[in-house]
Ligand binder design. Structure first.
Ligand code: ADP
Length: 207
């Protein structure tokens, strides 16, 4: 893409960001995708996805929330892994959390990559998380807005990448594997919420 955030940090309007062609409306797909406003660590889903860092040793933001909710055993299990490359995924047990498994994924630090590369890496986080959940037989997954916090990915662009990768998965290799794909938005002054509310109907148009 060639779109750039304006100097004041606002993103271009949604109409410039949606899918290239209007996707085929599908009730079946629309019933899978959901938006949740709140704390991802409270959800009893198959897989809850954590926005981790490369060292997998806990951190701030949603990562901190996962470690607080799961308890100290999560850090011990993460310490068995040498880390996780950007764009990749690692699955752990969920300990005290209500989800079945945690998928830790490392989104790109937005300003460390050319825009196309950041987009490719962020899409990879969503796709690999969905693949791993499906491979494990988990039929529901919840994502935070990966990379859009401390890692600085523009909210609306990040939402478009999430929805595009998810649609591609659900209509391709992952057809029929997921009952629910939940996008969670939290503490972002409504920016992620607004982005998802505008973009979901573009990527998953009403029938
Ligand atoms: P990153 O380092 O990938 O940018 P952050 O944790 O800083 O990750 O932020 C990612 C997104 O997760 C942000 O939109 C932030 O508002 C959101 N977030 C933070 N805590 C929670 C939570 N408990 N549940 C859901 N989303 C959360």
């Amino acid at each position: 893409g060639t779109l750039k955030a304006a100097p004041d940090g606002t993103n271009p309007p949604a109409t410039q960001i949606g899918p290239k062609e209007r996707p085929e409306p599908s009730d079946e797909l629309n019933n899978v995708v959901a938006l949740f406003m709140g704390d991802i660590t409270t959800l009893g889903v198959g897989a809850a996805v954590n926005a981790a860092n490369k060292r997998l040793r806990g951190g701030g933001g949603v990562d901190g929330a996962f470690h607080r909710a799961a308890g100290p055993e999560l850090l011990k299990e993460c310490e068995k892994h040498s880390g996780c490359p950007t764009g990749d995924v690692v699955m752990t047990l969920s300990f005290d959390m209500p989800c079945s498994k945690i998928i830790h994924t490392v989104g790109p630090v937005y300003h460390s990559y050319p825009k196309d590369e950041a987009e490719r890496l962020l899409a990879s986080c969503y796709t690999k998380s969905l693949q791993l959940a499906a491979k494990t037989g988990l039929r529901s997954i919840a994502f935070p807005a990966l990379s859009t916090g401390i890692f600085g990915y523009p909210n609306r662009d990040g939402a478009a990448v999430a929805l595009s990768a998810t649609r591609q998965f659900l209509t391709g290799e992952g057809k029929g594997t997921m009952d629910k794909v939940i996008f969670t938005v939290f503490l972002d002054k409504g920016k992620d919420e607004k982005a998802y509310k505008e973009l979901i109907p573009l990527f998953f148009p009403p029938v």
